[in-house]
Ligand binder design. Structure first.
Ligand code: ATP
Ligand code: MG
Ligand code: MG
Length: 428
């Protein structure tokens, strides 16, 4: 994809926006873009630089994403709503064309990687609770204040807030920004204009000061790594990737969401609203707590993925009410007029709390409380699902952790977490 219309090839030390941002290392990539850790010489801060593919359809998508991200940033001046912040945007012309670039706040690992590091065992319920609160704060903001549906909520699109901020604490993080392409690079030594030279000089002086201080402290130099463990209390996270998001009153796609996190009304083409994000949220919460996806539909003999998906939902949540089952544009493909699946007959109902106990070895209490939180969000009737705002009031998120071995830590922990929720990244 590194050809005309595709990705822009980046090397460590490359500079962007007239020398302001300097590429440090690749953070990730997706279908539309590559994302780099970059050093912002103007603010002496690290940022994530999302460089879009250049073809018109990707530029179009980036403009849409920028429109949503701008509204998100404008409505949240203190950056406390658990949604990624757009800091800047510009165009960059390279050999493959003109690329729209988004400058985003630098965040840490995704929840998907966190689940992997934890060897798919599931996270402690107290961590799951803290993560759920952040996601819900983000969703409540998007839904109620902005009218935005994310449409692709899943662990991969929720990033931890990195607890070590290399820019704010360069000494402890031990990272010195790279300011130009390393020696031996064929394209090094590009001519700089006056402003670029000035920015670089300033950045170099700052780096020299940091290195000096670090040397005097016997520090080691390494790259800033996002947080890989959830030790300590900082489990705040942010919702990212607004490439598929939409204004609720300007929907454009019928087929939304990643398969496993897709709501039944999307499968059946019955129309959708904010509550599709709530369904994905419940799937995500289950996955965090167990390490396994709630629904993993597969096509089989005589039936396809969609029908399997509907069958799995009913095996876990009970029979879909007939009115809902037969109410979608695609209903006739899967349901007969009684509201029974056409090709998959004998369903084995195993309620969520039983599954949590039998398969995932939850205690009866944990299983019951967690299910009581999740089941209403997994209502087949979209309008009956609680909103993010209502979920935030649910007792499960504010449980008095008396049946937990961390009893003694609890009160202190709750105070600190409560405070950090008020102050998440203020002024970052
Ligand atoms: P997709 O195909 O998922 O739509 P995309 O091209 O829109 O991909 P993103 O999902 O926004 O790109 O980003 C790709 C990857 O880059 C992410 O999965 C994540 O690993 C990393 N990333 C994105 N934004 C940030 C950020 N703000 N801080 C740190 N890493 C990030
Ligand atoms: Mg993504
Ligand atoms: Mg995207």
């Amino acid at each position: 994809s590194y050809r005309k219309g595709g990705y822009h090839a980046v090397r460590v030390g490359d500079s962007f926006a007239g020398g302001r941002y300097i590429a440090q290392r690749k953070l990730g990539w997706g279908e539309f873009s590559t994302v780099w850790l970059a050093y912002d010489t103007k603010s002496s801060n690290y940022v994530a630089l999302k460089i879009q593919k250049s073809a018109p359809q990707f530029a179009q998508a980036a403009l849409h994403e920028i429109e949503l991200l701008s509204a998100i940033a404008d409505g949240d001046p203190t950056n406390s709503k658990c949604v990624v912040r757009l800091l800047d945007q510009f165009k960059h012309t390279g050999p493959n064309g003109q690329h729209l670039c988004m400058v985003l706040e630098f965040l840490g690992d995704s929840l998907l990687r966190l689940i992997k590091y934890n060897r798919y065992k599931g996270l402690e319920l107290n961590k799951v609770r803290e993560i759920c609160k952040c996601i819900l704060i983000g969703l409540d903001y998007l839904h109620r204040e902005l009218g935005i549906i994310h449409t692709d909520l899943k662990p991969e699109n929720i990033l931890l807030v990195s607890t070590i901020d290399p820019a704010k604490d360069p000494i402890r993080s031990g990272y010195t920004p790279i300011l130009e392409r390393p020696e031996g690079n064929p394209n090094s030594g590009v001519t700089l204009n006056g402003i670029e030279k000035k920015l670089k000089r300033r950045a170099r002086r700052a780096v020299a000061r940091i290195s000096e201080r670090r040397a005097s402290m016997g520090g080691v130099v390494r790259n800033p790594k996002p947080e890989r463990s959830l030790n300590g209390i900082n489990v705040s996270c942010k919702v990212v990737d607004f490439g598929n998001a939409c204004w609720a009153n300007k929907q454009f796609a019928k087929e939304i969401q990643t398969r496993q996190y897709r709501a039944p009304e999307v499968v059946l083409h019955s129309g959708y609203s904010f509550s599709v994000d709530m369904w994905s949220f419940a799937c995500t919460a289950f996955e965090l707590a167990t390490g396994e996806m709630l629904f993993t539909p597969k096509g089989g003999q005589g039936f396809d993925e969609d029908e399997d998906h509907l069958a799995l939902m009913m095996e876990r949540l009970g029979k879909m009410p007939r009115k809902i089952a037969i109410g979608g544009a695609r209903s006739k493909d899967y349901f007969d007029r009684h509201g029974d699946l056409k090709r998959i007959r004998r369903l084995k109902y195993l309620p969520l709390d039983r599954l949590l106990v039998d398969k995932f070895k939850f205690s009866d209490t944990d299983a019951r409380e967690f299910s009581e939180f999740l089941i209403p969000i997994l209502d087949f009737a979209p309008e009956k699902r609680p909103t993010a705002q209502q979920c935030l009031q649910h007792p499960w998120l504010n449980i008095n952790l008396t049946h937990n071995e961390e009893k003694n830590e609890t009160s202190l922990k709750k105070v600190v977490v409560g405070m950090s929720n008020l102050n998440i990244n203020v002024g970052k």
